[in-house]
Ligand binder design. Structure first.
Ligand code: ADP
Length: 248
C-alpha cells in the first residue's frame, strides 16, 4: 500500500536566466512527519520553499498537495487549503498585546477580513481559543504584554501561535532556530515537536542537533538537486553528504 503522502513534487525546477536554482526535485513528504530540507548555502533550500508555497512560480515540474495539483494555484489559496509558512517575525504586531495578536489571527481566519477596525469589535468571541493557543505555546502568562516586549524566542512562539490560529494541516518553517539564543533552542524544539503531533512539518534548518532530534526524514540539496534522502543516521553516514558539507 502506498504511504500516506501529503505533499509531493515531480521534477520541480526553477531557472533564473538559464541558471538552475532548483533542478528536477522530486520530493514526497509523509503526513504527520517532520521533514528537514538541508544543504550548504546556495543549495536551493529557500527557492524550494518559495516554490512549494507557490510564492515563486516554478519553471518546470508539478506540485501535488493532498492529491491535488497546486502548481499553478495562487499562494493565498494554497494557504487556505492548509499549507502555511511560519516564522516571519514581521508578522507579529509589536504594539498589540500577545492575546490580541492571536485574536486578530483567529478573526482573519474566521472573516477573511483585513479591516482591523471591523475586527476589533468581534475580537472577544475569539478569546477562549486564543487563550488555548497561547497555553499551547507556553505564552499564557504573557497574554497582556505588548508583543514588542517579548524576548526573541517568545516572539517565535507567538508567531507559531498565530500560525496555529489558521489551523494548518502542514507548516513550513524557514530556519526556526536562526537568531535564537542557546536558552531558547530547547523550548522551541519541544514546541515544534508538540505542534507536529497533529500536523506535518517541513523545515529548513542548519542546526543539525535540532534536525537529529526532531526530524523523521531529511532531504539534502546540493546545487539545486537532491543529493541524498533518509533518516538522520543514513544522512550523517553518507559519504557524498559529508563531502558536500566539507567542500561547501
Ligand atoms: P539556499 O537557501 O539553499 O541558500 P537559495 O535557494 O537561496 O539557496 O539559492 C539557490 C541558488 O539560486 C543560489 O545560487 C542563488 O544565488 C540563486 N538564486 C536565488 N534566488 C535568485 C534570484 N531571484 N535570481 C537569481 N538567482 C537566484
Amino acid at each position: 500500500m502506498a504511504e500516506d503522502v501529503i505533499l509531493r513534487t515531480e521534477g520541480l525546477s526553477k531557472q533564473f536566466m538559464g541558471f538552475y536554482a532548483v533542478r528536477d526535485v522530486s520530493l514526497s513528504i509523509r503526513r504527520h512527519s517532520i521533514h528537514a530540507l538541508i544543504g550548504p548555502n546556495g543549495a536551493g533550500k529557500t527557492t524550494c520553499f518559495n516554490l512549494l508555497t507557490v510564492s515563486t512560480p516554478s519553471t518546470a515540474g508539478r506540485i501535488h498537495y493532498n492529491g491535488r495539483d497546486i502548481t499553478r494555484r495562487d499562494p493565498a489559496s494554497v494557504a487556505a487549503s492548509g499549507m502555511v509558512r511560519s516564522f516571519q517575525i514581521s508578522a507579529v504586531f509589536g504594539q498589540m498585546t500577545v492575546l490580541d495578536n492571536v485574536r486578530v489571527a483567529l478573526q482573519r481566519r474566521a472573516g477573511g477580513s483585513f479591516a482591523f477596525w471591523r475586527s476589533v469589535r468581534t475580537l472577544d468571541r475569539h478569546t477562549p481559543r486564543a487563550r488555548e493557543l497561547l497555553a499551547a505555546v507556553n505564552l499564557d502568562r504573557y497574554a497582556n504584554e505588548l508583543a514588542a516586549n517579548l524576548s526573541y524566542g517568545r516572539k517565535r512562539a507567538l508567531e507559531l501561535a498565530t500560525t496555529l490560529a489558521l489551523d494548518p494541516e502542514m507548516i513550513l518553517l524557514d530556519e526556526p532556530m536562526a537568531g535564537l539564543g542557546h536558552e531558547d533552542i530547547g523550548p522551541i524544539t519541544r514546541l515544534i515537536a508538540r505542534v507536529a503531533q497533529q500536523r506535518t512539518v517541513l523545515m529548513v534548518e542548519h542546526n543539525m542537533k535540532v534536525v537529529a532530534e526532531l526530524c523523521d526524514r531529511i532531504t539534502v540539496l546540493q546545487s539545486g538537486e537532491i543529493l541524498a534522502e533518509g533518516n538522520y543516521d543514513e544522512i550523517s553516514s553518507n559519504a557524498r553528504v559529508r563531502e558536500a558539507y566539507v567542500g561547501g
